[in-house]
Design a protein around this ligand. Structure first.
Ligand code: CA
Ligand code: CA
Length: 182
């Protein structure tokens, strides 16, 4: 019984951890001008846009939490985000949007199947919360059609390591339960 309670406590602790632990990326982690590829692994990898350039940390005075992650060269262009942990939720701020519907934010599954296409629906800073579409593998961002472009900031991704821990915790609980009952 004591073991079972201990396992229950552990799982509760891990659930609490999973609830709060997500990688909140503000792009203040590296100096302005840093080209970004695998610095935020394992939560997210950034991949080049159509011009072959990886995105870059930049100052954008139009964005409230500058520095931001910008296409490269700044600010108009495209890049990819890859999420190896296949999270069920990804969110970020984006802007500055001067024209509604000019942004292309395409969501793909872990095996590269197109899931949904989003665009900016408000002027200035738009918050994108991608969830309820199954596991997310890739997000493509393109601000080339918006005047003066747009970039992203405050990227939030659940941490794969935490989700794994939660999985082990639940397995452990199942094991203890079996033992206790048997
Ligand atoms: Ca920022
Ligand atoms: Ca713009």
């Amino acid at each position: 019984m004591r073991k079972f309670l201990m396992a229950l406590f552990m799982v509760g602790f891990l659930v609490g951890l999973a609830g709060t632990a997500s990688a909140a990326i503000t792009f203040s982690e590296f100096p302005v001008g840093t080209v970004i590829s695998n610095q935020y692994a394992p939560e997210v990898y950034f991949l080049p846009g159509t011009n072959g350039n990886y995105p870059i940390i930049a100052n954008d005075g139009a964005m409230p939490d500058s520095p931001v992650l910008s296409p490269n060269p700044v600010y108009a262009g495209d890049f990819w985000m890859e999420f190896p942990g296949a999270p069920s939720q990804v969110s970020f701020d984006s802007g500055y949007w001067d024209t509604l519907g000019s942004g292309i934010i395409n969501v793909f599954s872990p095996i590269g199947n197109f899931i949904e296409g989003l665009t900016d629906t408000s002027y200035g800073v738009d918050h994108f919360d991608i969830s309820g579409v199954g596991p997310i593998g890739y997000v493509y961002f393109n601000s080339a059609s918006d005047p003066f472009g747009a970039d992203i900031d405050n990227l939030s991704v659940p941490e794969p390591a935490t989700m794994l821990l939660l999985g082990f915790g639940l397995l452990g609980l199942a094991g203890f339960r079996k033992k206790f009952r048997g």
